[in-house]
Design a protein around this ligand. Structure first.
Ligand code: AMP
Length: 284
């Protein structure tokens, strides 16, 4: 696997791949790679001639009081995981390389899709995500880009962006990879104390119970949301940011009754760590 820090080197690699008619799969990450990221790299490796992984803690998607400075940076470890999963090149640029101008050009997906769920408390987050992903799509000229359903809102926002801007990339949305105990794998799980980790298991548990209720025929949005909210609140260490439901694709509003496909998503703080998780509900 090639480690590449400079845009000029990356462009040269991409140029050569294109000349040879190779397809390119892209996995964008902020590093601290785990099996969730590895699952995306493996999928890209299986479906493309060449796989590029990026490791970049993107400053523009963090709000002023968020964890940009302390976000884990573990490049040596990341290289091992990426290579083992099948990456051919790992691109790890500096912020200066990615944002050469003080006033950057932004890509902003507008409307409720970026205002609900995480957008409510993270107003600039999706502008940063859309902007950096556009840069990576342009730089890598990827045919396919792989995203985890763990960040469900991100997948919907990026899909909207790709459609709106007629981008020549196919987004592939992959399932959530979990710890054996059910906690969704996340680079932020390392912040959790053992007690907080144990408390956070309520997320998967409550979502699983909601899915069971849905599968038994419960279609009331309000009832499904309050079932999850009540179960999470029983855990004294939890501090709920949101429990919400939207239609999929596109995070459309659900009036009262769930029809078709719906995303039931939660964001909850345990101590100082904010975790997200979700389940997609779909009648058979
Ligand atoms: P991040 O490094 O947090 O920006 O995540 C990079 C990519 O990995 C995103 O597409 C995430 O949705 C995906 N990802 C993170 N955690 C998981 C997980 N537990 N299962 C599947 N994909 C994940």
């Amino acid at each position: 696997m090639i480690l590449c820090r400079k845009i000029s080197e990356l462009k040269e690699f991409v140029h050569q791949c294109k000349k040879e008619g190779k397809t390119i799969g892209l996995v964008t990450t902020m590093g601290a790679l785990h099996e969730g990221h590895a699952s995306l790299i493996k999928a890209a490796h299986a479906e493309n001639d060449v796989t590029i992984t990026t490791v970049f803690v993107n400053p523009t998607q963090f709000g002023p009081n968020e964890d940009y400075a302390k976000y884990p940076r573990t490049l040596e470890h990341d290289m091992k995981i990426a290579e083992a999963a099948g990456a051919d090149l790992l691109f790890a640029p500096t912020p200066e390389e990615m944002y050469p101008h003080k006033d950057p050009t932004w890509v902003e997906v507008c409307g409720p899709i970026t205002k609900v769920l995480c957008g409510r408390t993270r107003p600039i987050h999706f502008r940063g995500v859309a902007t950096v992903c556009t840069k990576f799509f342009n730089l890598t000229e990827c045919d396919r880009a792989y995203y985890g359903l763990k960040d469900a809102q991100q997948t919907q926002v990026l899909q909207r962006m790709v459609e709106d801007l007629f981008m020549n990339v196919t987004l592939r949305i992959m399932p959530i990879v979990r710890e054996a105990d059910g906690l969704a794998k996340s680079s932020r799980n390392v912040y959790l104390s053992p007690e907080e980790h144990k408390a956070a298991l309520v997320l998967f548990r409550s979502l699983k119970h909601a899915k069971e209720a849905f599968d038994k025929g419960e279609r009331s949005k309000e009832k499904l949301i309050s079932q999850v909210t009540d179960e999470i609140k029983e855990e004294p260490m939890s501090d709920i940011d949101y429990v919400e439901m939207y239609g999929m694709p596109g995070l459309t509003e659900i009036k009262d009754t769930v029809t078709g496909k719906a995303l039931l998503a939660v964001a909850v703080k345990f101590g100082k760590t904010r975790l997200i998780d979700n389940v997609v509900l779909e009648a058979e």
